[in-house]
Design a protein around this ligand. Sequence first.
Ligand code: CA
Length: 229
Amino acid sequence: MAGPTPKVLLIEDEASQRALLSYNLQAEGFAVVEAGDGEEGLLLVEEEAPDLILLDWMLPGLSGIEVCRRLKTRTETRAVPIIMLSARSEEVDRVRGLETGADDYMVKPYSLAELMARVRAHLRRSRPAAVGERLEFEDLLLDPETHRVARGGAEIKVGPTEFRLLTTFMERPGRVWSREQLLDRVWGRDIYVDTRTVDVHVGRLRKALTAHGHDDPIRTVRGAGYSLG
Ligand code: CA
């Protein structure tokens, strides 16, 4: 994959279902984070910044509908695609599911192949760089296939880490990323890197992007992190 691996959050209380889905998602090449209930799911959305959420309808405590509604009313999570999984097939459920803002809906028992196809389809829209599509933000252009960055038509040289950072920023302009989230996304969760390293590389990226007298497109959000635009 050209960009950082897409991350799927799986919110499902049944351990066997969770294991099955997790196995299949990983076999498709996705990183998977698992939650056993809605509360934990909401927490993990903040900590892990998933690219897509598979959300079970019937959960202990907070229902899947409520989790969906909360995520879709928050600016920073609204764009994350949610596929709801339900054991109930009544049309009313489908309608309610869509009213909560869920992007898609599948009734159990569903075909795993179809679910994976839908996951890929939603990720193509939410994580275009991961499937090789060019990204644009104002006068910035990034091509994940050729690893080229241009601003105002002129090529900009960036290192591999800065390229991954910029990819992350450009896939979701306006989204504020914490240093921990950037570490996880750009460096990978298994590598130990100090959060100050993030500041160093954001600094290098800024220097490259502003080299020809351009404005700095990266915003530092005090106490929160960084965002593009
Ligand atoms: Ca359930």
